[in-house]
Write a protein that binds this ligand. Structure first.
Ligand code: ATP
Ligand code: MG
Length: 241
């Protein structure tokens, strides 16, 4: 299948410090890839390096067949790479509708923006119900929904989400999981960084395991979950959560 986003042999970090080495991954439309691994292993650094938020020392990034290595983060968003950071991902002092408008800041065409907003609020009726309220008054799960909805306002082809389920209790977490599946089925590629290995592999098609900055395993999520050495080595990580 044609990849929407490919990261090849990525070496990245901060300043002159290398954090991740030789990581290759790709994602196709309608698929979910999970990047899992222990605390501090370099999961966030991988997605930040694709978006220009971390230093990319080596490797290449290809988006829809075109090389975009070293692209500035605002340009990546304009091209169709959506990003939902781990924290501070909504504007608390703005309303839900204003947050959604912020997500479309680089788009032109009032009617198409309005149409996107309508479609996105259909996926998130929880937000529709409170659209004139301040984002700061939302629950953790609703905030995460708003962060995802805002990223979708830029019409992404691929969404990179950094721990969208972390700190959520089981019920809101399950709601977000089902929204992500729905968004993926609509043809958007999703890369999700997640510490909870079992949960991440349950919702994804592909799993990438990063330990100490290196890719140690990758494969179909169902196959990883069934693999004895994987289970022994990585499902124990769940105890950290
Ligand atoms: N802005 C930064 N400047 C310098 N070092 C950083 C920066 N951000 C992260 N690091 C370091 O890079 C390493 C990997 O961090 P990263 O955030 O990518 O890990 P992670 O796998 O996402 O961890 P977590 O599960 O805790 O989110 C850590 O040692 C961290 O201290
Ligand atoms: Mg992280």
């Amino acid at each position: 299948m044609q990849a929407i986003l490919e990261a090849k042999n990525i070496e990245a970090g901060y300043g002159d410090v290398v954090i991740i080495r030789d990581i290759t991954m790709d994602i196709a439309a309608g698929e979910i890839a999970a990047v899992v691994g222990p605390n501090g292993s370099g999961k966030s650094t991988l997605i930040k390096s694709i978006l220009g938020f971390a230093t990319l020392f080596r490797g290449s990034v290809i988006f829809m067949g075109e090389e975009i290595t070293g692209i500035a983060s605002n340009k990546a968003v304009n091209l169709g790479i959506g990003y939902v950071p781990q924290i501070d991902n909504v504007f608390s002092n703005l309303t839900i509708l204003e947050n959604l408008d912020m997500g479309a800041y680089s788009r032109k065409g009032k009617d198409s923006i309005k149409a996107s907003k309508k479609g996105i609020l259909e996926i998130f009726p929880e937000l529709e119900a409170r659209k004139k309220g301040l984002a700061g008054n939302l629950s953790g799960g609703e905030r995460q929904m708003l962060a995802i909805a805002r990223a979708m306002m830029a019409e992404p082809k691929v969404l990179l989400l950094d721990e969208p389920l972390a700190s959520l209790s089981p019920k809101p977490s399950a709601v977000i999981e089902s929204k992500l599946k729905q968004i993926s089925k609509a043809g958007i590629a999703i890369i999700i960084v997640e510490q909870n290995v079992r949960k991440a592999l349950d919702i994804s098609n592909w799993g990438y395991v990063i330990v100490n900055g290196a890719l140690v395993m990758k494969g179909k999520s169902t196959e990883l979950l069934a693999d004895d050495s994987f289970k022994k080595r990585f499902l124990g990580l769940e105890q950290e959560n």
